[in-house]
Design a protein. Structure first.
Length: 151
């Protein structure tokens, strides 16, 4: 049964302000919506708004055709509030940009807390290299939908 264990994943989820998290979320049915430049830019703007609102500080992210990897330092909001607000705002922005009015994102998201002593830059490099591993480009600089504070 789909989603049967999802509530168990959320049960132990703890949000700690100032903590580093690697977040991953996918589009509904892994639809490659972000091959469309206008749609990708609408979502990227919502990442920036999350930063501007103080919900998080984005350290690195890559928007793949059907999912997002996002390395953040969490602000005062919870992970759940951050992701709910981001998904809601980005869905509305996508509808305004012409996306079909249907569920944009899969329910839930994956999160991994990073320790301060972990090599955070290595995690950021891993995120930015996703388009290369997926065979979309040969060099990270050739892919248009990513950013990293260290590069």
């Amino acid at each position: 049964m789909e989603g049967q264990g999802n509530h168990r994943l959320r049960r132990g989820r703890y949000s700690e302000p100032g903590r580093l998290y690697l977040l991953t979320t996918a589009t509904q049915n892994r639809a490659p919506l972000f091959r469309n430049l206008l749609f990708a830019r609408a979502v990227i703007q919502q990442l920036q708004i999350s930063d501007e609102k103080g919900m998080c500080r984005s350290l690195a992210w890559v928007l793949m055709p059907d999912h997002l990897h996002w390395l953040i330092e969490l602000g005062t909001d919870s992970l759940g509030s951050l992701m709910c607000a981001f998904k809601s705002r980005s869905s509305c922005a996508l509808y305004q940009a012409g996306a079909e009015r249907q569920h944009i994102w899969q329910r839930g998201y994956h999160d991994r807390a990073l320790r301060r002593d972990e090599d955070v830059r290595a995690a950021a490099r891993y995120i930015v290299a996703n388009p290369i591993r997926a065979g979309l480009v040969r060099r990270a600089g050739d892919y248009p939908h990513w950013d990293c504070v260290w590069l």
